[in-house]
Write a protein that binds this ligand. Structure first.
Ligand code: NAI
Length: 303
């Protein structure tokens, strides 16, 4: 396992490329958007600068890590020599199925095809390829360079050998892999997303404002950040897509996304990545809290 292709260079893709490159793998980072690739390289450099400032890596490590990453806008060029592909494109089933179908044709027979999907069925993704035994979930956590866990998702047809190889590769990245089975949301998001959705419903019903909800969960439950801030950080579009997968997959109304979440995504308020979500990030930090606006809006809903 030497050549890694990472598909999608957004919030997760840049972190995944960063970590593989840091541990000496040769990384091809692929995105349909050249602007996204340039932004990813800038983000990786900035994040390594932070590690240098903390003393966990050196300037020489920074140069080595950056030199291990090449960028591509064409999937064929970026994936043809891959030993392992980690797909981190948008959380949309049709996008992922199209990518895996192409990968199956482009990549050599030995290539393992992994998805960083938060919730989409690995078994469904594997079914569009002719190598279902070599398709697996490799679910990194955000921010990838910092978070220890990789949720390794075994699809219905994933082989023991492939599962073992991905567990070992995860350990080489200094991560802690945990194997789970392939059902909607796996473990992480089957538990996390209903909590985030409930926090948004709590806001929508006017029970409390943004700051109050996050404070209760931070100080009362010892969570490092409140669920609304976490939703902004994950991306509200990503949260909505995951809730829809849970809702469709289990057919249970308890997973129905809150209408406020649907409205915010429709309005383009996606959280940190768009500059606005439950908080305002346009000044570069999380300040200017929108709690008042939500309170006003929610008074009318409650009335
Ligand atoms: P994002 O929206 O930040 O980035 C997605 C990137 O994929 C964009 O740069 C887009 O241009 C690119 N893309 C879309 N279609 C493509 C294609 N056909 N070929 C190549 N690139 C394509 O999304 P994010 O948040 O990085 O999520 C990526 C994946 O990681 C999703 O499956 C998501 O569920 C999962 N994930 C997200 C987490 C988060 O906290 N945001 C946490 C763990 C997993």
């Amino acid at each position: 396992m030497k050549n890694i292709t990472v598909i999608g260079s957004g919030t997760m893709g840049n972190g995944i490329a960063h970590v593989f490159a840091q541990f000496g793998y040769s990384v091809n980072l692929v995105d349909i958007s050249d602007a996204a690739l340039q932004k990813a390289l800038a983000t990786i450099a900035k994040n390594i600068d932070r590690q240098v400032a903390k003393g966990t890596v050196t300037e020489a490590d920074k140069t080595a890590t950056l030199s291990n990453i090449k960028t591509f806008t064409k999937l064929e060029e970026g994936a043809k020599n891959a030993d392992l592909v980690v797909e981190a494109a948008s959380e949309n089933v049709n996008v992922k199925l199209a990518i895996f179908k192409q990968l199956d044709e482009i990549c050599p027979p030995h290539t393992i095809l992994a998805s960083n999907t938060s919730s989409i069925s690995i078994t469904q993704i594997a079914a569009v390829t002719k190598r279902a035994d070599k398709v697996i979930g490799m679910h990194f956590m955000n921010p990838v360079p910092v978070m220890k866990l990789i949720e390794v998702i075994r699809g219905y047809s994933t082989s023991d050998e492939v599962c073992q190889l991905i567990m070992e590769t995860s350990k080489k990245l200094n991560k802690i892999p945990t194997e789970v089975n392939d059902y909607p949301g796996f473990v992480a998001n089957k538990i996390l997303m209903p909590m985030i959705n409930e926090a948004i419903i709590t806001l929508y019903e006017g029970v409390a404002g943004v700051e109050e909800i996050d404070t209760v969960m931070k100080l009362g439950m010892a969570h490092p950040m409140g669920p609304l801030q976490l939703a902004d950080f994950i991306g509200l579009d990503v949260c909505l897509n995951i809730l829809r997968v849970l809702h469709d997959g289990f057919g249970n109304p308890k997973y129905a996304p809150c209408p406020l979440l649907v409205n915010m995504v429709t309005a383009g308020h996606l959280g940190v990545k768009s500059g606005k979500g439950f908080y305002d990030y346009s000044s570069g930090t999380k300040d200017l809290i929108l709690a008042d606006r939500f309170k006003k809006q929610n008074k009318s809903i409650v009335a």
